[in-house]
Design a protein around this ligand. Structure first.
Ligand SMILES: [Zn+2]
Length: 388
């Protein structure tokens, strides 16, 4: 069997940063054979910078790829949602071209797997020919309990279409969009339908989300009015967003909570305790560039670290990001919080994401028998490239 050998200034295994003396050995297809030190023979490919496993993007909306540079930045979440909902009609060919470019960009800059929000079926064709592995979150929005059962049937049917079209390495699960767009019965039915699955939800992306549920105020009221709704989907609970929606879940799920830009410490403590007591795995997904684009604010990353939260990274979509690159997300965090160790950032980008999507048996780290992809990364996070 022919082997491929790789050596760099540093080798990140998924767990730790090793020095130059370590050589990664894979077979020709990229399956990890070993990491060796000392005499590794000839034909070692040399790199400056870091070699690491393929990146895992835990939050994207491939369907929104055609919105690149089309939604104004810095206007807040309710404005952003209105812009997405009111986006001018785009023909299918342009959507497909944009999705193909987004897919290519992600693959080339080192992303090997993506957790992708799907509201419709039209990303299937791109995913059929993609080199990326897709976890498809079929995202429900539904404001009326009376329509909940029918919506869940519709989305389960869509889930079956994804399953039939895509390779068995992909996955599909229903997921709620966010607390402000999902009715109580819809939450309960999603809980029933997703036993032991990884699901996702947009959480506390703006301050108005908490205001809506603590005291029934904030900009979401105007948003509901603009779409012809008189009332909110869930009643005012007197509690924060996460303290209101999380108790709908108790079915062994891994829940990737996306953004968490406005999650205060008391909510982190509540959520982690609730998860522990109810057999859930909580994952905090950071999309810093999207947060800076929409709300011009970063989530409280230092608090998530202090409370041992399980952290992963996502790009969000071209609607709210100028590139789809986990490297750029790491760069944004490193720029604002330079004290976070590099190995910690690299683990968020790889092994943690693979675990969140339940794909760590194959992806996320250099361990014998896995095929996680090999990515070269510039030390200053300015560039990354898929090697194998
Ligand atoms: Zn999103």
């Amino acid at each position: 069997m022919a082997y491929c050998k790789f050596q760099a200034d540093h080798l990140f295994t998924g767990y730790q940063l090793l020095d130059h003396s370590h050589v990664l050995v894979t077979d020709e297809g990229g399956t990890v054979v070993d990491i060796v030190t000392g005499e590794a023979g000839n034909d070692i490919q040399q790199f400056r910078g870091i070699l690491m496993p393929g990146h895992i993007n835990c939050h994207c909306h491939l369907e929104l790829s055609h919105m690149r540079n089309r939604i104004p930045a810095g206007r807040g979440l309710t404005h952003f949602i209105s812009s997405v909902m009111g986006f001018p009609k785009v023909d299918q060919a342009e959507k497909e071209r944009s999705m193909a470019l987004a897919d290519k960009e992600m693959y080339e800059n080192g992303i090997v797997a993506t957790g992708d929000i799907c509201n419709q079926l039209y990303s299937i064709r791109q995913k059929e020919k993609s080199n990326i592995q897709w976890y498809n979150f079929l995202e429900l929005t539904n404001l009326d309990d009376a329509k909940a059962a029918e919506r869940v049937v519709l989305y389960n049917n869509m889930a079956n279409e994804f399953k039939e079209a895509l390779p068995s390495t992909s996955n599909v699960a229903l997921s709620p969009h966010a607390i402000y767009s999902v009715s109580p019965l819809t939450f309960s039915l999603i809980n029933k339908n997703t036993k032991n699955k990884t699901i996702t939800i947009h959480n506390q992306e703006c301050a108005d989300e908490d205001q809506l549920f603590t005291n029934g105020s904030g900009r979401f009221l105007r948003f509901y009015e603009s779409i012809g709704r008189k009332s909110m989907p869930l009643a005012v609970s007197g509690k924060s967003s996460i303290q209101t929606w999380l108790p709908y879940f108790n079915n062994g799920q891994t829940i990737i909570m996306v953004h968490n830009t406005y999650t205060p410490e008391e909510d982190i403590i509540f959520a982690n305790e609730y998860a522990e007591m109810n057999g859930l795995q909580l994952v905090y997904c950071l999309c810093p560039n999207a947060n800076l684009y929409i709300e011009e604010k970063l989530p409280p990353i230092d608090l998530f670290i202090r409370h041992n939260c399980n952290i992963v990274l996502g790009t969000d979509s071209y609607g709210s990001n100028r590139q789809l690159s986990i490297t750029s997300e790491m760069a944004a965090i490193h720029k604002h919080l330079p004290d976070i160790p590099i190995a910690t950032l690299l683990q968020w980008a790889t092994l943690n994401g693979a675990k969140a999507l339940h794909w760590h048996n194959d992806l996320g780290s250099f361990e014998k028998g896995k095929k996680p992809g090999v990515v070269w990364l510039n030390k200053d996070f300015s560039e990354a490239r898929r090697i194998i």
